[in-house]
Design a protein around this ligand. Structure first.
Ligand code: KG4
Ligand code: ZN
Length: 344
């Protein structure tokens, strides 16, 4: 079964061909340069750029897969959550395409796509269900721990009460005069820094819950910079980046392990843009090994927003008989209407 998948919920216009769960092509037009001068995403500009990019991205995805539109068996599209104007571009394009080729159209929750991204390089990817696991979704818009019993049977165990992890990276990068998005830049600079230089707070680490808070960390960075001034050298900048990054990574890793133990899970996945962070990947690897947990990290190519993960989720839902047409919503929770059996 060949699925043509589309993703336009935020600032990437993406299209992929997924055949029996395996990626045949994945094309992404990033809007990073468009939004960089504003230090964040401007929704109106995002929608307009999706309009410009969607047809060329669709044509490239078909060309790279070596197929024509008549070879597609189903169309999948991210329908929620996201920037409403951005979502509508992908959904309307997908609706038109599905009508033209007389094949079904499937709506996919963006975070369900991210959940499936951890299994995109799995040879057993052509299966209806995901194995039971705890997922850490960490991106520019989301930071959540999720118990995944199976696709469609999920529970959000905890999420951020304020900024998302990626947002914290981006905001602190801005304070340091670095370009948007700051996550990858801080990641690179931190590799040469000493994470013990500044003792940034580990928010809510002591609380027994599985919630996150990153806005205090951003304030702590601002206060530090006000007190000591901008870093005077590359080495000082690297030290601040490493210290900040360690504070984020420590909390993400500890709370993920706590969640896995609480759910008696044997597997952990890490997905979303921040899953590309080298320190997070390494630290999560050590912690999971120590706790005897299997770790699946999203492949680097599929950490950020992409359409391959949307196609993979649609494929599993079609196999399971739980695929539904799109219903566009800017903010629907991942576990809305789900009824997992554990945990409370
Ligand atoms: O998943 P994504 O592409 O888009 C959203 O759905 O938000 O995530 C983008 C976020 C940005 O905040 C970016 O700074 C962050 O992921 N990010 C990183 C890294 N690569 C991307 N954060 C830390 N380290 C990285 N290597
Ligand atoms: Zn995303």
């Amino acid at each position: 079964m060949r699925i043509l998948a589309l993703e336009s919920s935020c600032d990437e216009t993406a299209c992929a061909v997924v055949e029996d769960g395996h990626v045949r092509s994945s094309v992404i037009a990033s809007q990073v340069d468009l939004h960089a001068p504003y230090g964040g995403i401007v929704p109106e500009l995002a929608s307009r750029q999706h309009m410009v990019d969607i047809v060329p991205v669709f044509e490239s995805a078909l060309a790279q897969a070596g197929i024509a539109s008549r070879d597609i068996d189903a169309v999948a599209v991210t329908d929620r959550p996201g920037l409403i104007g951005a979502l509508l571009v992908g959904v309307q394009f997908a609706r038109g395409l599905a009508l033209a080729i007389h094949h079904p159209l499937v709506g996919i929750h963006h975070l369900e796509g991210h959940l499936c991204s951890a299994f995109l390089d799995d040879p057993c990817t052509a299966q209806a269900d995901l194995p039971p696991h705890v997922a850490l979704i960490a991106s520019g818009g989301h930071t959540e721990l999720v118990w995944v019993e199976a696709l469609g049977r999920m529970r959000v165990l905890g999420h951020t009460r304020d900024d998302a992890a990626g947002e914290a990276f981006d905001k602190v990068a801005k304070l340091l005069g670095l370009r948007y998005p700051g996550g990858p830049i801080i990641d690179t600079l931190a590799a040469h820094g000493n994470p013990e230089t500044v003792a940034f707070p580990r928010a809510m680490m002591q609380a027994g819950n599985l919630e996150f808070s990153f806005s205090g960390l951003k304030t702590a960075a601002a206060v530090y910079l006000e007190k000591y001034g901008a870093p005077a050298s590359e080495a000082a900048l690297a030290d601040i980046c490493a210290s900040f990054q360690a504070a984020v990574v420590d909390v993400l890793v500890q709370k993920t392990i706590r969640a896995a133990l609480r759910c008696q899970a044997t597997m952990v996945t890490v997905v979303g843009g921040v899953a590309a962070n080298r320190s997070l990947r390494a630290q999560m690897g050590h912690a999971c090994a120590a706790a005897n947990l299997t770790l699946r990290l999203a492949p680097l190519a599929y950490c950020g927003d992409n359409a391959a993960m949307i196609g993979a989720a649609a494929f599993r839902r079609i196999l399971a008989g739980t695929a539904t047409p799109p219903h566009v919503s800017p903010s629907e929770a991942l576990d809305a209407g789900c009824h997992p059996t554990v945990p409370d």
